[in-house]
Design a protein around this ligand. Sequence first.
Ligand code: FAD
Length: 463
Amino acid sequence: QPVILWFRRDLRLADQPALTAAVASGAPVIPVYILDDESPKHRKMGGASRWWLHHSLASLNADLQAIGSRLLLLRGKSDAVLGRLAEQTGAKAIHCIRHYEPWWRNAEKAVAKALPEGCQFNCHDGNYLLAPGSVTTGSGGQYKIYTPFMRALWQHMPPHDPVPAPQKLNAPECWPKSESLSDWNLLPTRPDWAGGMKDMWTPGEAAAKARLDAFADKAKYYDEKRNLPSIAGSSFLSPHLHFGEISAAMCWHRTMSAGGSVDVFLKELVWRDYAQNVICQFPEYGGKNARDAFDMMPWRDLDDPSVKADFTAWTKGQTGYPIVDAGMRQLWITGWMHNRVRMIAASFLIKHLLIDWRAGEQWFWDTLVDADYGSNAVNWQWTAGSGVDSNMFVRIMAPLSQSEKFDAAGYIRQWVPELSDLREPYIHDPEEHGARPKTYPRKLIGHKQARERALAAYATTKD
Ligand code: FAD
């Protein structure tokens, strides 16, 4: 009797506990990926994620073929598809890695009910440093704030030693019929907006490992460089980690083994764990303010055409603030944005344009290759000030001084070519210096005016 190995955001063969368990069973293994757009409802994967998924599945299939297996592709609601597959193959068990997005938690419950008698459902942990929900306070409660969470998690580190990929996977006597990846239409057709993503990324486990190897030797300089958008000082591992092409434990051990002080980097991996712990406690975090006062916030109305126009200008990188525009264009072209610039661009939408953070979260959801329900929501709510652990709303980031402070001239030149001839300091604020080329827009709103408007709006939410 075979076992089914259900892949989701864990598209790797090394350090993959569901795979390890399937191999340990000694049974033939049927690896399957199900394109399930029904369980997540409005949270189905965005365009950039679908592009990534296509290539990652192709890569996983090739890796499986190299060890004598293959990836079965099926579509539909996970519980119905797995129920049918288990019935058809007479599988005695399903192994998968547990996921924490609310729709996956529901789907896991539904799968457990849908399986025929005699087929066991085994969820394993393995996409995070520690199983979300397992780091508890002295009284057994869950942490809400990052720093105490990080300190508590740190006590359990290092994580387990990564398990190498198997050399061989037992195949079933006959393979169930698979759909074809190209029929899933995950790639854009007309227009093909993925050219910049192709140039920057190679999805798949081998490329994830190569990124990690390339970064490990630089990890000791991470603290110095990570905030400078003009320099590639961070790991660029986020989409690989999101799709589970590499495990967090592998990232931890590989960077540690390179030597030097890498704690600042490791603490970023802990942010990723933290975000999952938040969505475990607050499954609606992606759409619901954690602080009730924000429900009273008089956000500008996106049904108003002038507000809609401001939002569109933000999405297209046409706000008149070079650092914001550089970030938004980098996002559109490559599916990724530098972390410091994500904070600046998000803050600009929320505070300068006074637009509800949820509109920005949705845009990122659709355009980021690393779009992650937990990490995206936690960071948007942190920036807005509406989260369980967050920046104060009244601390309003000044995009222009951030641009100078973090030396963003090179970054702006790269992503906003119409400003590429400008010297410093003009490039940070061309309008103020009378250096704005005609092809570059005026600021949507001045910093001082925006600040006053945001503070006045926030003041109305109190009591
Ligand atoms: P590095 O700096 O090299 O960090 C290593 C890894 O740690 C990252 O790959 C990521 O997995 C994790 N990490 C780092 N910073 C954070 C953080 N603040 N929160 C959670 N995990 C973190 N990250 C996502 O993975 N998906 C998202 O959807 C996402 N949305 C964001 C939205 C906003 C408004 C902001 C401000 C940040 C968001 N981030 C998100 C966090 C962060 O910007 C990215 O993880 C980081 O820029 C990815 O680049 P890197 O892999 O080079 O990161």
